[in-house]
Write a protein that binds this ligand. Sequence first.
Ligand code: GLC
Length: 552
Amino acid sequence: MPLQHNAHEQWWRDAVVYQVYPRSFADSNGDGMGDLPGITERLPYLAELGVDAIWLSPFYTSPQNDAGYDVADYTDVDPRFGTLADADALIARAHELQIKVIADIVPNHSSSEHPHFQQALAAGPGSREREMYVFADGKGEHGELPPNNWTSIFHGPAWTRVTEADGTPGQWYLHIFDTTQPDWNWENPKVHELFAEVLRFWLDRGVDGFRVDVAHGMVKPEGLPDAAVNADGLVDIPEGEAPIYFDNDGVLDIYREWRPILDSYDGDRMMVLEAWIPEHRIPLYIGEDVAHQAFNFGFLQAVWDSETIRAAIEKPLAEARAVGAPTTWVLSNHDLIRHATRYGFPPDYRFGEGLSRDERPDAELGQRRARAMSLVMLALPGSAYLYQGEELGLPEVSDIPDELREDPAHKRSGVPGRDGCRVPLPWKRDAAAFGFSETGKSWLPQPPEFGCLAVDTQEQDHKSTLQMYRGALRARRRYGLGRSDKPIEFLDAPEGVLAFERGPVVVAVNTTDVPIDLAACLDPDRAKVLVQSAPVEAGKLSANSAVWLHRD
Ligand code: GLC
């Protein structure tokens, strides 16, 4: 059923949501790991930035084998991050500052330390306890081969064999991610009950919504058939489709169950799905009886070229219109190479999983283009999801010593992995750990260049990326740029320039390496610069830059 657009009640429709990665935001107790009180202390910074909501990556009890996306207790706070009382205080303070709070929920898998998994191991084959997870007998004469040929997203087999209580090799369990992340068995009604309780637990505590992790996972094809594999022996992903264990229609039923739970609370509680699925499948997940939103990952894959960017705007807008939902925009998150670095590579560059030491971007160009792309994103109708540190223009850190890297994908396969976008934030140029923690500890080392990018330094510089984001968020709010009822109109523009109108605001982005006369898009004498990613001088839009202009 399509979503009705009833005015401004639904705050999430045009919200700017800031992703807080708790490990790396701010450390209040000096152990080198960020925590909830650290976030609460810094909420005024986010209020001043002008965000409408924060999304908190997981802070629940967890052995941290996948940085908290391996949950051992969904209804408690890991001592590294604080206590439940700290979570309550964070939610209360955010609400005081008019900031909504979105919690991360991880329903595809738990940690192997979750009591249900431990009970399943102890109880043995055929038990009710085993039914909570995806256990299966192995193939081969003695069950020595995995039940099928699926491989893990983090490399290696997706199955691990257990040793039964009597010491003999036993059944296998499925883990689409790390061995310490067993997949829940969503065929079992008890798993449904458990997650309904988890949702209610956090809704009762006042969260305004959920970001659903691996939202296209959970339901596996019946009979767990073998997958087609590619030349590397990995599960094949046919063009335009998801791998066999993702995006099965049964997943939608889970959202049909969850939606009434959210709707039974006041205040427009919402869910946004992290679903890496083909664009044409996204509308199925969105609507009045399923989820409110899903991340649109197509935009961040658009290379630096005006036609490509235009297509990456028009396509999701058209698809979202068809279901009456606003779309979402995102350029960075905790799983991706930061966009300030991505745009420093040629458009046809093929990225691996993370950035290695010897891959060297043009850092300055990356920064320029990233600032421009951020301005494009923030002017688009729909909600925008920011990742902490992008407002500082932080680059990906590529020279983290291997022994300090924590990403399970790195540990399982040696790829650089995702730690490079997770380095703790610089708050103060001249403080230990750049103000991240008072003791100077930091769970990942911060590079020296973070000093010039620290919040206190950027606050003093009106041309800084931080000031650009603040200006953009103010103007976005003032002119209602995120609202989907304001159509986006593309304007005629010279080659390599994309220009569009949002009410009284004209946005122009120059993807070429030469300055362009703004007069080609509008009369510069009758327009005032609102926000710019690089100075507009003598009516010219600099190379690789963007501007928001207000028509007189
Ligand atoms: C999601 C998270 C990622 C995590 C994975 C497994 O993709 O964003 O960080 O590793 O799920 O939970």
